[in-house]
Design a protein around this ligand. Structure first.
Ligand SMILES: C[S@@+](CC[C@H](N)C(=O)[O-])C[C@H]1O[C@@H](n2cnc3c(N)ncnc32)[C@H](O)[C@@H]1O
Length: 390
């Protein structure tokens, strides 16, 4: 189930299990766990498997759609019935010149044939399933995951760009394969517990977000200026109606290059690690220094809000990577450790893990793809696990 939809920077599922065991060995009885940047629901799914209540939050509506779809259990015979109904409805449907009235941005990504087929498929899903049912969610998730393969999007790139040589995959071939994969994953899934899974779409730092008290937080914060989640998921956001203009979804996204704030005034709120990194960056590249400063300020607040969410004796675990820009080490882990101490966490532990998949391809080329060429941009080959106790 962890592979039903692509998502950048998701962390391996075993970290959740190890974290829960570590907490228990250290006297934390976890009846409710939160992932405050839940992404595509890795922790949500593992919480459900372990029959633990879960609360998750993510600002990206595509992420929460996947996370919800992933943490439910579906009846295989019902999935098969809906699947057949969708295929039948698709075959029955006719072209109605949807392309001419399509969103301009979608026209940029799709040729007429693929757009029209996707339009018919989306209508077939809507016709065959009821609006707020789990089954609508399951097939919407399948639909969302085929949107890049059926478009001109340059595959495996973290920068949205057209691949001029690409032959987009046929819509129904992609959809049938995707549904078969997801249906097999559902049959294998051992989720059966009665625990509640509550996933909200919103900015974790927004004071109006209703955050519960929990025993444990397991999360991986966004990276600084690496992924523009709103841009990367624009196809799903536009097709599924989350926004008319995907750029609206950048607002409030931590680690984004797009932000509005008073840099000079806010600078003095940075902690020691944050200000020393930002001052070194200021000499090299002012816009980058501004983005890193905004990220650090947000993460300081994240540490404080996480502390306030925990029950006394609770534990928070963060998976976080460092990076480098023009020779300046951006030590996110050290900055977060300092932020955890200043927020009242006692006993902050740190450990390092190697990311094996990236060892052979530790750089990104100009198009954002992994490469072994060291002229590219260095990416993370290790990351830190920080654990704080309240
Ligand atoms: C490293 S990813 C988390 C991946 C997740 N652990 C998984 O396995 O899928 C960081 C997430 O933080 C989310 N994010 C960024 N800013 C946010 C904010 N202000 N509030 C809530 N979520 C935010 C991004 O949308 C992204 O999904």
């Amino acid at each position: 189930m962890h592979r039903i939809h692509a998502y950048p920077a998701k962390f391996p599922a075993f970290i959740t299990t190890k974290a829960l065991v570590f907490a228990q060995q250290n006297g934390v009885e976890t009846s409710c766990v939160a992932d405050v940047f839940c992404g595509c629901g890795t922790v949500a799914f593992e919480a459900k498997r372990n029959n633990i209540h879960f609360w998750g939050c993510d600002i990206n509506p595509v992420a929460t759609m996947i996370a919800k779809a992933k943490s439910r259990k579906y009846q295989p015979w019902r999935l098969q019935k809906y699947y057949e109904a969708i295929i039948e409805a698709f075959l029955r449907s006719t072209f109605d010149n949807a392309y001419s009235s399509a969103n301009e941005r979608l026209k940029y990504w799709y040729d007429r044939e693929h757009y029209e087929d996707l339009f018919r498929l989306k209508s077939a899903i809507e016709e065959s399933t009821s609006p707020s049912s789990d089954y609508r969610l399951f097939f919407t998730c399948a639909f969302s995951n085929i949107l890049k393969a059926t478009s001109r999007w340059l595959t495996k790139s973290i920068k949205p760009q057209i691949d001029p040589c690409k032959k987009p995959t046929d819509v129904m071939v992609a959809f049938k394969d995707q549904c078969k994969f997801m249906m097999a994953a559902n049959e294998e899934s051992d989720v059966s517990g009665e625990s509640t899974i509550d996933i909200i779409t919103g900015n974790f730092l927004d004071p109006s977000v209703n955050r519960p008290k929990v025993d444990m937080i397991i999360t991986s914060p966004p990276y600084v200026t690496s992924y523009e989640y709103a841009d990367l998921h624009q196809l799903s956001s536009l097709w599924l109606g989350f926004a008319e203009d995907y750029r609206e979804l950048r607002n409030g996204s931590i680690g984004s290059l797009h932000h509005v704030y008073n840099f000079e005034r806010e600078l003095k709120r940075l902690n020691n690690t944050g200000s020393s990194i930002v001052f070194r960056l200021l000499d090299r590249h002012k816009p980058k220094a501004r983005s890193v400063a905004k990220y650090f300020l947000d993460m300081q607040q994240v540490a404080a809000v996480c502390h306030s969410m925990l029950n006394n004796g609770g534990m928070a675990l963060f998976v976080i990577g460092n990076t480098e820009y023009k020779g300046v080490k951006i030590d996110n882990a050290c900055h977060l450790a300092e932020s955890l101490f200043s927020s009242g966490f006692a006993d902050v532990y740190a450990t390092k893990r190697r990311i094996s998949k990236k060892i052979l391809t530790p750089y990104r080329d100009k198009r954002g793809r992994f490469t072994t060429d060291d002229l590219g941009r260095k990416v993370y080959s290790e990351e830190f696990i920080l654990i704080g106790r309240k």
